[in-house]
Ligand binder design. Structure first.
Ligand SMILES: NC(=O)c1ccc[n+]([C@@H]2O[C@H](COP(=O)([O-])OP(=O)(O)OC[C@H]3O[C@@H](n4cnc5c(N)ncnc54)[C@H](OP(=O)(O)O)[C@@H]3O)[C@@H](O)[C@H]2O)c1
Length: 309
């Protein structure tokens, strides 16, 4: 297929360009910068220079191009978000950005649209020990105003993709990324400086290695069923303090210092992520329907691939 990929220069996008090409697909990669365009050319993709938030400019940039499918992987998150406001630009990319990209999809003649989504759309709270499947309610309001802004955009993202006539829409609810990439290295650097605490009581999160997130995306592009969301995470949800300890160990750092969870209350988003949420998502549907399996079934196999080169 010929694929128009937004977020092609990002962490996931970079792995995805390589895997899409390996699978025999052609990639038109969207970036806002000349530097991004040069990187895409070096990776064997055709650059399309455009800002997703400027719908008319995006339509102009794709003028004359043809594609079979569109993949949305654009985000404006930099580093680990601490405050709700750190997510607002990404919220807009999931709402207006998706709307603009759907218009671009129609213009280039694409009939498939795979969009990123996020496991915490199930809610930043304690989900207990049962695996959370795609049948649970997703991105519901009612968690308080600050969270509802993110929920509204996650819902808008998926609903638009599922309901646009002529588009076979698929959403991938990825777990938390880690891999041989900048955000993971930053966490390891923080661990070395003892700036990454083990917070107790700890939350529980579902992780996914960036290479496995990319392979799931290729599988969803090729085999995902229209109108279906898929959870994409590895096989072993992990307590956040255990994960922080494992990151420190791989980084060669001393054991992280302990911090009582209440001390994170000044950074509410971080508190919700590291302490307030316990969620074990099930990726059985993706395994069954997409024929996908993670190469790194747990962070124990995956983290050793993450050392800075
Ligand atoms: N990180 C996680 O743990 C996680 C978990 C679940 C889901 N996700 C989602 O998965 C997706 C991929 O994340 P990532 O970590 O690979 O992202 P990333 O490394 O931060 O990359 C961001 C990408 O988005 C592009 N972008 C940002 N704003 C844009 C705009 N206005 N117009 C066009 N392109 C724009 C950037 O392109 P240029 O800078 O080249 O323009 C870049 O390619 C995101 O949608 C994210 O929300 C992430």
């Amino acid at each position: 297929m010929r694929v128009l990929l937004a977020g092609a220069t990002g962490t996931l996008g970079t792995a995805l360009v390589a895997q899409l090409r390996e699978a025999g697909h052609d990639v038109l990669g969207i970036t806002r910068s000349a530097r991004g365009a040069a990187r895409l050319v070096a990776a064997g993709a055709t650059p399309v220079v455009a800002d997703l938030m400027d719908g008319d400019a995006l339509l102009a940039a794709v003028g004359g191009l043809r594609a079979d499918a569109v993949i949305h992987q654009a985000t404006a998150i930099t580093g680990m978000p601490m405050f709700h406001r750190n997510l607002h630009a990404t919220d807009r990319l999931r709402d207006q950005g998706t709307a603009h990209l759907l218009r671009a999809a129609r213009k280039v003649g694409a009939h498939r649209f795979v969009t990123q989504s996020f496991f915490l759309g199930y809610g930043y709270r304690d989900h207990g020990d049962e695996p959370v499947t795609e049948d649970r309610p997703f991105a519901e309001p009612g968690q308080g105003r600050a969270f509802d802004v993110h929920m509204r955009s996650m819902r808008a993202n998926e609903e638009q993709v599922f309901s646009t006539p002529g588009i076979e829409g698929v959403a991938l609810r990825y777990g938390m990324f880690y891999g041989p990439e900048v955000s993971t290295w930053t966490l390891m650097d923080m661990a070395r400086k003892r700036l990454l605490p083990a917070v107790r009581p700890a939350g529980v999160v579902s992780l996914i290695h960036i290479g496995d997130a990319a392979s799931a995306t290729v599988a969803a592009l090729e085999r995902g069923t229209a109108g279906r969301p898929y959870n994409i995470a590895d096989d072993e949800p992990v307590a956040f303090d255990t994960y922080v300890g494992a990151l420190a160990e791989v980084a060669g750092a001393a054991a992280p210092m302990r911090l009582p969870a209440w001390m994170l209350r000044a950074t509410p988003y971080m508190h919700a992520l590291m302490a307030g949420t316990r969620i074990r998502i099930s990726s059985e549907r993706a395994k069954r329907e997409l024929g996908w399996t993670p190469a790194y079934p747990t962070y124990r196999e995956g983290l050793p691939t993450c050392r800075r080169p």
